[in-house]
Unconditional design. Structure first.
Length: 450
């Protein structure tokens, strides 16, 4: 009896230590079994308390009266599958007649408390079937991406969602995106994860970094073109617009639209072209969009209008030509001038880290969901990297990117530097990768002259 007691105390102590220091290990060792039993035992009573049951059918009531049996109890949604995961449980429910997926979503917070889980989210799989994802611990506190993720052309994993699933940046589904975040909010880390995910793919990276390139130029070996000032950015964007026109001419010549050509051979974008003719897709990363929109003189105002016009053109027409935009900034509001709201309307994907003002949150999510606006301005300062991600469909969720240092991102870009495409239109903007000993004297000389 003494040995059993000692063993039990050791197991309880080990479970408590794991739950404190390694919640993921605790969940896999103890939590998943306890949570599954808790859900199965409490399921009927919890659903009844949350108002997620329906009265029995009339024929069951009539049968009970005719046979003098007890009145049947209200029926909850039927459990079709209970699947444990590395971060929680996935419950697939078949709704009863009269129930709606919004009933489950409205009761998610009550389900979280009743089942003693960390978080509960739901989504409709198909008509009458709802998938409820329950997380057993805070997966965003210490982000660990799964060892295996689904990768395909122009789709990269960049963060982890609050329900334990992977957040992907899919350029084929959402061509253009807006990413906002105040200083020290984790926006740069999110951008590094994006570049790290794109580095192994057959894609050309184009960067515009008006902070003299301090964010993107360390990754220069994987970039086909880089601009470090608004003047260079204007010329680079004009070159991208010209490339877009050339790609459309290529698509038009390959369409061969006649009454005798089958529909499968008609091309409408670069992905319909044969592999040997398909141009390399281009991802344009703008690190600080406000620097491109600000001006102080008449000449700068003309340059600003030229830049914004080019960005709007790329956002409206670039998808079929394989040109995708990633617009990043600390501040994004209508006071940046004409064309900004037009540009915002073309950016389907929205990601907002901690923001200093509600106006930027409204620009990001005001046309998507008021709840997303409220969630974006409530991100605490100590949770760097936490963000709200949504799209024009109205859905949104909390995400957090794993911490990737600049050194790790540089090493990854250097590893895949041989995959950097050489685009003739962007050759004048190809970054030089000289050594530090060659660059430092020139920088010192320019500072001494200033």
């Amino acid at each position: 009896m003494t040995a059993f007691t000692v063993a039990l105390v050791l197991v309880v102590a080990a479970a408590g230590l794991l739950r404190w220091r390694r919640p993921a290990w605790y969940w896999l060792a103890f939590g998943v079994t306890l949570a599954a039993l808790r859900v199965l035992v409490r399921y009927r009573s919890v659903m009844d308390a949350c108002g997620l049951t329906v009265p029995p059918a009339r024929w069951r009531l009539a049968l009970a009266r005719a046979t003098n049996r007890p009145i049947p109890e209200p029926r909850p949604p039927r459990i079709r599958r209970l699947r444990p995961t590395s971060t929680g449980l996935v419950l697939r429910l078949k709704l009863r007649p009269g129930q709606d997926v919004f009933d489950i979503a409205a009761a998610s917070d009550r389900l979280r408390h009743s089942f003693s889980m960390f978080g509960v989210t739901s989504r409709e799989v198909r008509s009458g079937v709802v998938e409820v994802r329950m997380t057993g611990y805070d997966v965003l506190k210490r982000v660990q991406m799964p060892a295996e993720t689904e990768t395909r052309a122009m789709r990269v994993p960049v963060a982890l969602r609050e329900d334990g699933s992977v957040h992907y940046r899919d350029y084929r589904a959402i061509p253009h995106a807006l990413t906002l975040g105040a200083t020290e909010s984790g926006k740069s880390v999110y951008q590094r994860n994006l570049v790290a995910g794109l580095a192994p793919l057959d894609v050309a990276l184009v960067g515009i970094d008006c902070k003299q390139g301090v964010e993107l130029f360390p990754l220069a070996r994987r970039f086909s073109a880089l601009a470090d000032s608004p003047d260079t950015a204007a010329e680079l964007l004009d070159a991208l617009v010209a490339r877009m026109a050339d790609v459309y001419r290529l698509i038009r010549t390959q369409q061969r639209i006649t009454v005798d050509v089958p529909d499968a051979e008609i091309a409408a974008d670069i992905w319909d072209l044969p592999d040997e003719l398909r141009p390399t897709p281009v991802v344009v990363l703008v690190d600080e969009v406000a620097e491109l929109a600000l001006y102080a003189t008449k000449e700068e105002e003309k340059r600003r209008d030229r830049i914004i016009t080019a960005l709007v053109r790329l956002a409206q027409l670039g998808r079929a030509a394989g040109i995708y935009l990633e617009i990043c900034g600390q501040r994004f509001g209508s006071e940046l001038g004409k064309g900004i709201t037009m540009l915002r309307a073309q950016l389907t994907g929205r990601t907002a880290h901690r923001l200093n003002d509600e106006t930027s949150a409204n620009m990001a999510f005001g046309d998507i969901s008021p709840d997303a606006v409220l969630a974006a301005i409530q991100i605490p300062a100590e949770m760097r990297g936490l963000a709200i991600a949504g799209d024009a469909s109205g859905g949104w969720h909390r995400i957090r990117a794993p911490h990737t240092s600049l050194r790790q991102a540089v090493n990854l870009c250097n590893r895949y530097s041989d995959m950097t495409p050489d685009l003739p239109e962007l050759a004048p903007f190809r970054p030089t990768t000289g050594s530090a000993t060659e660059l430092v004297p020139s920088v010192k000389a320019s500072l001494a002259t200033a």
